[in-house]
Design a binder for this molecule. Structure first.
Ligand SMILES: NC(=O)C1=CN([C@@H]2O[C@H](COP(=O)(O)OP(=O)(O)OC[C@H]3O[C@@H](n4cnc5c(N)ncnc54)[C@H](O)[C@@H]3O)[C@@H](O)[C@H]2O)C=CC1
Ligand SMILES: O=C(O)[C@@H]1CCC=N1
Length: 276
């Protein structure tokens, strides 16, 4: 068995992570295996686009790879674990990115002592800007955490957290890109409403979000302080911010993250992803 990486699941998260890992040259495509339950076209796409190995054989993937990433929906994690548990050996590290599913639940599915790391990246892996949190299961050691750290730091920033924080992390940074995309969509729509052509509005909205994030990162200044610098007394920004707060903007974000964290906890109790 070599130091190869196997993905269970060939969905959005697996693809974002794979793209980031390949572009960071952490592993060569021939050292990566991808398995999907039934969509052969999707596997062919992965082979053709990324040059990685694909298989439908769970035992083969476990035999070929030392590090196994579980990137299926939370409700499918049990199915994968039941298929692979007999093949798992002491040296395997399992990294689950599934929302809501705890390391102890994964250990339970395996029915034996396994090393589990739970990780919560986001799709910005694809451009090496993920915010990823990782936490170790009870049989995982420093070497497993370091392995996960190496993988995820190649696609962005990584922090180690207590497992009890993972639902909150999922709600904030796992789902977070979608909130920001919604903000961009709303800004674009708003620009159109005040008279801009859609393409102009879109371009300005995207660059504004990028520039604002870069300002916070590169100046090290707190967002509140940067916000004050944009907000001239009696000026345009103040008018905009007052309306945002009157309409409950901050409270909306707090409620959104709260709902997402609650959903993450529900997924642990077997909540399904509906028809997705
Ligand atoms: N999409 C995102 O932004 C993020 C997703 N996650 C987590 O990543 C996991 C995957 O999410 P997505 O990629 O968005 O879902 P997705 O639906 O795009 O992909 C899931 C993949 O798993 C495959 N699959 C289902 N059952 C399987 C089985 N028994 N064996 C092998 N493959 C199987 C499906 O065919 C599909 O290709 C979820 O648990 C989610 O909570 C974590 C962080 C961010
Ligand atoms: O929406 C979801 O459930 C997944 C987990 C975090 C981001 N996407």
């Amino acid at each position: 068995m070599y130091n190869r990486l196997g993905f269970f699941g060939a969905g959005s998260m697996a693809e974002a992570l794979l793209k980031g890992i390949l572009s960071a040259s952490v592993l060569a495509p021939e050292d990566i295996f991808v398995l999907n339950r039934k969509d052969d076209d999707r596997l062919k796409f992965f082979e053709k686009t990324y040059g990685v190995n694909t298989t439908r054989d769970y035992g083969r993937l476990v035999g070929e790879c030392e590090t196994l990433i579980i990137a299926v929906k939370p409700s499918d994690v049990k199915g994968v674990m039941l298929k692979i548990r007999d093949f798992l050996k002491e040296q395997h590290t399992i990294i689950s990115v599934a929302a809501g599913i705890t390391t102890s639940r994964i250990e339970e599915f395996a029915g034996k002592r396994i090393r589990v790391i739970r990780a919560m990246p986001n799709t910005s892996c694809q451009v090496k800007e993920s915010a990823t949190a990782i936490t170790a299961g009870r049989h995982a050691g420093r070497d497993d955490l370091e392995k996960a750290f190496r993988i995820f730091s190649s696609v962005g920033q990584v922090i180690e957290v207590d497992e009890e924080w993972m639902d909150a992390v999922t709600a904030l940074s796992g789902s977070g890109p979608a909130y920001v995309y919604l903000m961009m969509e709303a800004l674009t729509e708003a620009g159109v409403k005040v008279g801009l052509p859609r393409e102009v509005s879109y371009e300005l909205a995207v660059q504004t979000v990028l520039g604002a994030a870069k300002m916070v990162k590169e100046t090290g200044e707190h967002p509140a302080s940067l916000r004050k610098k944009v907000t001239s007394p009696g000026g345009t920004t103040m008018a905009g911010i007052e309306t945002l707060e009157k309409m409950g903007f901050t409270n909306c974000i707090i409620q959104a993250v709260n709902s997402a964290a609650r959903r993450s906890r529900e997924l642990m109790e077997g909540g399904s992803y509906g028809n997705c």
